[in-house]
Design a protein around this ligand. Structure first.
Ligand code: UD1
Length: 343
């Protein structure tokens, strides 16, 4: 019997790519999404890639009743919990919305898991928990810093909630994946990042500028203590990231977890600056990208990149895509959007 994985937030950027990898690796999928920041057509596109169907439920998981009904309807073996609000800036403006949505949905899902004896949970955490780290690259032992935003705080606090739940419920196994900066799109260009409104993140802003939707990219600051003065990040291809979820599930299912709560960094280990993104993008697309240096963005971390040894050794996972492929697939996706008429 194939294992059934509930993918919350399955219509989102990382969720949709993860469904493809789950289905390609023999898992059955149920998707729960409230489509507050995603388009249902993404799920049709996923089914076109894999040629396999899955159940879709329009559910607000922060509503206890709706969450209860979802778990009563399906037999579920494992949960991958993507559903969350995810914008740093917006979280500062609307902290209560972030706390209500991200906490309530996670707590409701965990409560249903304990009720139905569902043992496996993968959580979307973030490198944001490391803040401005004193030593780089960061390992999973690097101390967590006070969060710089309500968004970051939800990731930290949910990790703490998960530890507490695991302490009491020894039959539940949890892996938190600390994502670095996911970019790129599925090589088929059927799915990718689909920001609603003006993009907050770098790559969709880059591709929208290159295609003419935006006039000019703003580079936030050039006086950081980095080789070229712009911020450094660890960009990881979204397909590599999606595969890490399958590896995490397989690791849990293998019964090899020594503790029932664990965290893993998921990145490439390569620091890349904003200016390197621009030059590499121009190289792979042969397009000139108009940009200008502007003030630093409030709350930005200067530099962060991952030590991924733990995920490499324990999960048997390693990032495969290089930066050029990441930017090339992001660009192909942007080009394909012109013909999709998904609005
Ligand atoms: C942050 C969080 C990440 C979270 C994500 C969600 C950290 C370390 N990371 O990523 O956990 O999932 O937000 O939105 O807190 N930039 C520009 N111009 C732009 C946009 C971005 O120069 O128009 C620069 C930023 O200053 C940064 C880099 O590009 O140096 C990447 O920014 P972005 O894509 O927004 O991601 P993070 O802020 O790193």
């Amino acid at each position: 019997m194939e294992k059934v994985v509930l993918v919350t937030g399955g219509a989102g950027y990382i969720g949709s790519h993860t469904i493809v990898e789950l289905q390609s690796n023999g898992f059955d999928v149920v998707v729960a999404d409230n489509f507050s920041n995603s388009n249902p057509k993404v799920l049709t596109a996923v089914q076109t890639i894999t040629g396999k169907k899955f159940a879709v439920e329009n559910v607000d998981l922060s509503d206890e009743k709706q969450c209860e009904q979802l778990f009563a309807k399906y037999h579920i073996d494992a949960v991958i919990h993507f559903a969350a609000k995810k914008y740093v800036g917006e979280s500062v403006e609307k902290p209560l919305e972030y706390y209500r949505n991200n906490f309530f949905s996670t707590i409701n899902v965990l409560a249903e898991m304990t009720k139905h004896n569902i043992p496996f949970f993968v959580f979307s955490s973030s490198c944001t928990v490391y803040g401005e780290a004193e030593t780089l690259p960061v390992t999973e032992q690097t101390p967590v810093q006070p969060a710089l935003s309500p968004y970051g705080n939800t990731k930290q606090v949910i990790e703490e909630i998960l530890k507490d739940v695991c302490h009491t419920h020894k039959d539940i196994q949890v892996i938190a994946l600390r994502y670095f900066n996911p970019i790129g799109a599925h090589p088929s260009a059927q799915i990718g990042e689909l920001p609603i409104g003006v993009p907050q993140n770098l790559i969709p802003y880059v591709t929208q500028t290159a295609i003419g939707i935006r006039e000019c990219l703003h580079v936030f600051g050039k006086t950081y203590h980095t080789p070229d003065g712009t911020c450094q990040r660890d960009y990881i291809h979204v397909v590599d990231l999606a595969k890490a979820h399958v590896k995490a599930l397989e690791y849990m299912l293998s019964g090899k977890m020594t503790d029932n709560f664990d965290v893993f960094n998921i990145g490439t280990g390569n620091p890349i600056s904003v200016l390197e993104i621009i030059t590499t993008f121009e190289k792979v697309t042969h397009k000139k990208l108009p940009y200008k240096i502007v003030d630093k963005r409030q709350g930005d971390v200067e530099k962060v990149w991952a030590d991924t040894t733990k995920a490499n050794q324990i999960l048997g996972w390693k990032a495969e895509y290089g930066l050029e492929d990441m930017l090339n697939t992001a660009w192909k996706w942007e080009l394909s959007l012109k013909n999709k008429k998904w609005e």
